[in-house]
Write a protein that binds this ligand. Sequence first.
Ligand code: GLU
Length: 448
Amino acid sequence: MKVTVRFAPSPTGLIHIGNARTALLNALFARRQGGTFVLRFDDTDRERSRRDYADQTEADLAWLGIPPDAVIRQSDRAAIHDDAAERLKAAGRLYPCYETADELERRRRLQLARSLPPIYDRVALALSGAERAGLEAEGRRPHWRFRLNARIVRWTDLVRGPCHVDLESLSDPILVREDGTFPYTLPSVADDLDIGVSHVIRGEDHVTNTGVQIELFEALGGEAPAFGHHNLLTDAGGEGLSKRSGALSLRSLAEEGLEPMAVASLAVLVGSSDAVRPVGTVEELSRLVDLSHISRGPARFEPGELDALNARILHEAPFERVRERLEGSGVGGGEPFWLAVRSNLARLADAARWWKVVAGPVAPAVADREFAAAAARLLPPEPWGAETWAAWTGAVRAETGLKGRALFLPLRLALTGLDHGPELAALLPLIGRERAASRLAGSAAPPS
Ligand code: GLU
């Protein structure tokens, strides 16, 4: 079977880490199955959909490392949706209803007061042609409901196992509004059919929709895809995330300088039975994800966990993975520099700070000039390598009698201006003899 999946956000806000979870689960599934990952903008709500949100979503997916194979917009596909609606009308599955929102609300309250389930009573289904004409003469325009069969819809969910929805417990859903526009349900199913979606992977807030949608796939003469409903990410307080608040948006996480793979690892692995761990590449992540291992409980997002993962990803990152970004931000030193500093980084941008410590200028802190002068005299001739630090400090110890912290801290302060930092054994050859000598002499930059 050809595998096609889709991530289908409405472009009404910035996508957040919870949306990233859905996008990644789809994209990784497609990768594992050699399938196609489609980004579909559910942008039929003209008022709230915005092109800049859609463009940002595309940029966010690229940043995460999962650019889609194709992008489609529901707003370009009205003919497909209209055709589906017409076919349903012709088959007698869509029926016109004339109640106003107020009337429906009043009926609902009455039902609740009588301890009845608040389900649409299908009064409109019994209207005669004359009654309908009368209502239309009053100026009422119909909205259209989908007549559900009295049945229990069952499917084997890729995440949750056997699932069912009793359609008799639901109101016939409105598929076409008074003004002829469509709420989410019909365009979604018509497009899934049209583009041949084989697996719908989305949040568990859609489980009930799936009952209706399977019925709709069948009413349109198609075969329903497989479904998988994953648990939703919540914030640290257990609250759901919202596109409207902008909190934890991918754009803000990128702006904070987080690694895309830290965000992706957490978005995918949190709440799964596998421990969250740093994963270096999307390929690797795709091998770790198994929809049937996603837990049913809520997946709580702890911001501290993201920082910790980010640091661990940097600490393990090979040079090739970061080379372009380092060079782009003016950081030199190549692989030796990267290997020297990576375990001191919380964010990649911190590398620039350490590069400045290597390349200067730094403000050396020299408290004991005599000691520093002795150390400078003992600097071996270049070329310098991995052994230089041990050989040099051995010579300084032999001459000054200082050892341990008393020896190393003043050297560090003089060479870097700081009392902490990456291993000096690795930094010293990068600093080089000229700069080291001038710093030991208390000068910020070598004399030119
Ligand atoms: N636009 C819907 C949403 O964002 C898509 C749901 C689906 O995947 O079918 O919730």
